[in-house]
Design a protein around this ligand. Structure first.
Ligand code: ATP
Ligand code: MG
Length: 557
């Protein structure tokens, strides 16, 4: 955005740190996804924030895969995450993996044991939960809490060597069972998991817990500002406790409100269910709030960055209306996309006074929003045209400025036509409409003096190419599916995808075969050529309509 805005609270913190010379004026942030799914628009907020702050303050950002859970993680996800971050327009300083620190983290755990600050516990997870007590009553010590340092060292090493089964033992930090913060009541910091890891293979059978891996990874990388979402506020004392007791680089954690958006779900676990249970056609289905879904839908990186800039950074959670995201892509595509004509629900129009066999090549500008123009394309015009069925009405109401018996309208970039007649089939459906045109009404050179209020789009019948067109609605019927009763998947909108198998498009759209190219189909919305397209079979996805029809629907009730 061009307007000046005031600093957000993180910028204020960084400016203060810079002024005070903290970390020698260095700013190093990180984006730490767990590779257990594809990134979504919520992650985009975190990416724009972390990379944006570093950029603004001459710093750097690491991309760190937080891969401490071998069961859910996969290299497919690693690759998609890298692609998405790059696509959004950001470059990381280093590509790092928490799993690269497993040796170091193991040493850290040994250090804590040696300091008498960690112990091996044989209690079951239920017993540990019971020992923790509840926020108003202190916990009770585990019978294993007073094991000697030597015994703990031996048992922890045996855990690492694979002597024990999953869940048989854990390593716990020895902190404070009476702390009002439950995370400080001897949290588990290592667990046994005999599972193959996507990078370390079978080397390890013990894995650090998030709270033991995250802060230390920040510290190993000398991250200056470790930014996470609000739910980690209660984890901050533990984050600091680990760093202080290990006497390592003092990274600091800061929290901001996560992005919530209506008419969708935003958790990888839920998105994975939609994929696995075939509610959508994969992670990059154009209805998904994933970065790859938005890309497929036709969103641009700039529109997503603009959205993140507009929503800003807060300390309180709220729900952002998806129409703001749609506003951002409309703004962008209005300025950048070429205008083309496509008829999605065709009916044939015959211009009875236009010479049989004549073809005129008319000119249509590519984008009138571009100052000085953005070139133009040629539009073949002939006696028979496809127009939208909804642009003709047998009994038009007042103020219908398109076609009906006796009504005139302008054909975009072409002539004014007047409807005289129409043809119906046996079942009463209009199959063809007959018009006459005013030869002296050509766009740009209109001497007819006829005044019309409407303009409609069209495609010449003999020159039309065909395409499959996919129209999308909200993926969910309700604003906040995750908070509704029952399974969120019950609220999936069954009409979220409408496929038009044969739309008619102007030939210029087919001449320029280029998947991922974005267009405005005049009066129909913004569309992107889908990657499923081949030169013989074009597919277009509607990114967004031209106006916010949804907001109007809601108002009407
Ligand atoms: P999910 O619940 O969708 O799996 P997550 O927080 O577990 O999300 P991570 O891969 O751990 O996903 O997240 C990587 C980074 O992105 C974290 O720093 C996290 O705080 C941030 N992030 C995740 N979801 C959002 C969101 N909705 N808004 C802002 N930031 C988010
Ligand atoms: Mg997570």
């Amino acid at each position: 955005m061009s307007e000046e805005r005031s600093l957000n609270f993180l910028e204020e913190i960084i400016e203060k740190d810079l002024a005070e010379g903290t970390h020698d004026g260095r700013v190093l942030t990180r984006f730490p996804p767990e590779p257990n799914g594809y990134l979504h628009i919520g992650h985009a907020k975190s990416i724009c924030l972390n990379f944006g702050l570093a950029k603004k303050y001459n710093g750097k950002t690491n991309l760190r895969f937080d891969d401490t859970n071998p069961v859910t993680e996969d290299t497919e996800y690693v690759e998609s995450i890298k692609e998405d971050v790059k696509w959004l327009g950001f470059n990381w300083a280093e590509e790092l993996y928490t799993s690269d620190y497993f040796d170091k983290l193991y040493e850290f755990a040994v250090t804590l044991i040696k300091k008498g600050l960690a112990y091996v516990d044989d209690s079951t997870s239920e017993e540990i939960a019971a020992q923790k007590g509840n926020p108003t009553e202190p916990g009770t010590p585990s019978p294993y809490r007073s094991r000697s340092v030597e015994e703990n060292l031996r048992l922890f090493e045996e855990m690492k060597e694979g002597k024990y089964r999953d869940g048989e033992k854990v390593l716990r930090a020895k902190i404070d069972l009476a702390s009002p913060n439950m995370h400080m009541r001897d949290p588990i910091i290592y667990r046994i998991k005999h599972a193959h890891h996507h990078r370390t293979g079978d080397k390890w059978c013990i894995y650090p817990m998030y709270d033991f891996a995250h802060g230390q990874s920040d510290s190993i990388e000398e991250i200056t500002h470790s930014i996470c979402t609000l739910e980690f506020i209660p984890h901050r004392p533990l984050y600091n406790w680990c760093i202080e007791n290990l006497e390592i680089f003092p990274s600091k954690q800061y929290e901001f409100a996560r992005l919530n958006m209506n008419y969708t779900v935003m958790s990888k676990r839920k998105l994975l269910q939609l994929v696995n249970e075939n509610y959508v056609n994969g992670w990059d289905d154009a209805r998904m709030p994933t970065i790859s879904g938005l890309r497929r839908r036709g969103y641009t990186p700039a529109s997503i960055r603009e959205f993140c800039e507009r929503i800003g950074i807060q300390k309180r959670e709220n729900i952002i209306d998806v129409s703001l995201l749609e506003f951002c892509i409309r703004e962008d595509l209005n300025k950048t996309s070429w205008r083309r004509m496509a008829v999605l629900d065709p009916i044939k129009m015959v211009i009875t006074n236009y010479p049989e066999g004549q073809v005129e090549m008319l000119e249509g500008e590519n984008n009138p929003e571009v100052e000085g123009g953005d070139g133009s394309r040629l539009l073949p015009f002939s006696k028979e045209l496809w127009i939208e069925r909804e642009d003709f009405m047998e009994n038009p109401p007042k103020k219908f400025f398109r076609l009906g018996p006796g009504l005139s309208t302008r054909l975009k970039h072409a002539y004014i036509v007047t409807c005289n007649d129409f043809v119906k089939d046996e079942s009463g459906n209009v199959t063809e409409i007959h018009c006459t045109y005013a030869p002296n009404s050509k766009s740009g050179n209109d001497t007819s003096g006829i005044m019309v209020k409407g303009t409609i789009h069209w495609v010449s019948v003999p020159h039309a190419k065909t395409a499959e067109v996919r129209l999308y609605e909200r993926l969910f019927k309700v604003e906040n599916p995750a908070s509704e009763e029952g399974d969120f998947k019950e609220y999936v909108n069954p009409d979220s995808l409408q496929v038009i198998s044969q739309a008619f498009i102007e030939p210029a759209l087919a001449d320029d075969f280029n998947p991922e190219h974005r267009f405005q189909f005049i009066r129909k919305g913004y569309f992107v050529m889908d990657k499923d397209s081949t030169p013989e079979h074009l597919v277009f996805n509607r990114t967004v309509t031209l106006k916010d029809s949804w907001a109007k629907e809601v108002k009407k009730g």
